[in-house]
Design a protein around this ligand. Structure first.
Ligand SMILES: [Zn+2]
Length: 143
């Protein structure tokens, strides 16, 4: 598993596509081009497919006779993808977590929107109007 680094969006997308079912090499390229809105050359994809194959994460087989070969995930390929996606999931969580603001009154996380109020000439974001009100009252009492 250590042999493969998923260090580009192209690679990640390729894994997603393979995860959706067996694919021809050119199908992968076409789908990547559509999804990423840029030209993808075979040289972007094939070395990666080859390394997946070398690690036995995918196999290449004819699903129907006289058809071109398609790449399919193997059992260990599925496990590999799961690890990659899990890592990605926690990465995304970290990014989202950083963008959250915390309501100064009740400590809940605010994903978007919120209620902005001026507290001593500074903008603060609350989860709701009531928290803003309660916070103001509290601040007034303290000071
Ligand atoms: Zn609140």
């Amino acid at each position: 598993m250590a042999h493969i680094k998923i260090n580009s969006v192209v690679k990640l997308y390729t894994l997603c596509l393979l995860n959706n079912g067996p694919k021809h090499g050119y199908e992968i390229i076409k789908e990547l081009e559509t999804r990423m809105d840029r030209n993808i050359s075979a040289s972007h994809i094939y070395p990666f497919l080859k390394s997946l194959q070398d690690n036995e994460f995918i196999c290449c087989k004819e699903i129907e006779e006289r058809e071109k070969k398609r790449y399919c995930l193997t059992k260990s390929g599925e496990e590999f993808i799961e690890v990659v996606f899990n890592k990605l999931g926690s990465l995304i969580n970290t990014v989202i977590e950083k963008r959250l603001t915390t309501c100064p009154h009740c400590d809940c996380k605010i994903y978007e929107g919120g209620f902005i109020d001026l507290i001593k000439n500074k903008e603060k974001t609350f989860c709701c109007q009531h928290c803003a009100q309660a916070y103001k009252e509290k601040t007034v009492i303290i000071h």
